[in-house]
Design a protein around this ligand. Structure first.
Ligand code: NAP
Length: 308
């Protein structure tokens, strides 16, 4: 028997879809992906998820969502999806662990992953001073100088977070204006440990075994200088995780899964929710919201199958 609902991904949107389809007695089957719990597992305080006036730690929120999904009959498989076949129903999903699952509806909630700048030395020093997650790696830089690249909310948040450990944080941004929200900018600007290097792009990470500095070019003067630092944090946004769907699912101009405003993709019975289809808001609460929408749409779609 194919699953009625198969959910790919275990972030806010996937777990919310599981809670809703579970409560609708659809016995959802959820495949976790390799980063169980998604992006919030890499966050510390979540201050803007409604219902938690004092905030909640990202991993705690995800543990709660998981427990809530399991309470309503979600079966969770710790594995990741390697390929899908959406050419005919029931749809087929194959995992790296060798499982083949069939499903009448699929809810895609594979999220998004941090972007890299694309300079070769960034890869060379990954894990040796180069990081895309201040929360994961910040504590290694107690009393040291670090650099952060980016001009969005993530860059501001990571810079502020890193000042808990680092003696100095230099925020490198390619323009003179930030796209970060005003409140996040103001917080960073008010932090005496944060210094700004504007109109600047990193060209090379330098060091012997570990990061010792970054070569930076000022895009207005073309002058190149070396900023000494022990840590180099890339915080320039995210890439939607759509690779496993090949060309079977329609994407939008930014590479996110295209949906019709009701989480429906171009394939009947296949829905997308969370950061894999949202290049605009990318919040935990909006991911949960679209997860709920996808669940309700899947339920509605299954009802139409019953009437045939
Ligand atoms: P983002 O808003 O897309 O910002 C990415 C930043 O990186 C931009 O400033 C961009 O520069 C820069 N950038 C992109 N590619 C670059 C490259 N190759 N080299 C150098 N710089 C590059 O991404 P984000 O900051 O990750 O935020 C994503 C979403 O999550 C936003 O909606 C944000 O509001 C939200 N968020 C919210 C919170 C919070 O409220 N607590 C925290 C984190 C994120 P340009 O500006 O020049 O394009």
């Amino acid at each position: 028997m194919p699953h009625k609902v198969l959910i790919i991904g275990s972030g806010c949107s996937g777990y919310t879809a599981a809670i809703y389809t579970g409560r609708a007695n659809l016995s959802p089957f959820l495949i976790s992906g390799s980063e169980i719990g998604g992006q919030l597992m890499l966050t510390s305080d979540v201050e803007n998820f409604p219902g938690f006036p004092k905030g909640i730690m990202g991993p705690d929120l995800m543990d709660n969502l998981k427990a809530q999904a399991e309470r309503f009959g979600t079966t969770m498989l710790i594995d990741y999806v390697e390929s899908v076949d959406f050419s005919k129903s029931p749809y087929v999903v194959k995992t790296a662990g060798g499982k083949t699952e069939e499903a009448l509806t699929v809810i895609i909630s594979t999220g998004a992953t941090a972007k890299w700048i694309g300079i070769p030395s960034e890869k060379k020093f990954f894990g040796k001073g180069v990081s895309a997650c201040a929360v994961c790696d910040g504590a290694f830089y107690k009393g040291k100088e670090v650099a952060v690249v980016g001009g969005g909310d993530t860059a501001m948040e990571e810079s502020n977070f890193l000042t808990k450990f680092a003696s100095k944080v230099t925020l490198i941004h390619r323009r003179s204006e930030f796209r970060a929200s005003k409140i996040m900018q103001d917080r960073a600007k008010a932090n005496p440990k944060i210094h700004f290097m504007l109109d600047s792009v990193p060209e090379e990470v330098v060091g012997a075994e570990t990061v010792e500095g970054v070569k930076i070019r000022n895009v207005k003067t073309n002058q190149v200088s070396t900023l000494p630092c022990a840590g180099f944090f890339v915080a320039i946004g995210h890439q939607p995780n759509t690779k496993i769907f090949g060309n079977q699912i329609k994407l939008d101009a930014n590479g996110y899964i295209a949906t019709d405003g009701r989480t429906r993709t171009n394939i009947p019975g296949v829905f997308a929710c969370g950061d894999v289809m949202d290049s605009m808001y990318r919040q935990a609460i909006t991911a949960a919201g679209t997860g709920c929408m996808a669940a309700l749409e899947a339920e509605r779609y299954l009802e139409t199958l019953d009437h045939h």
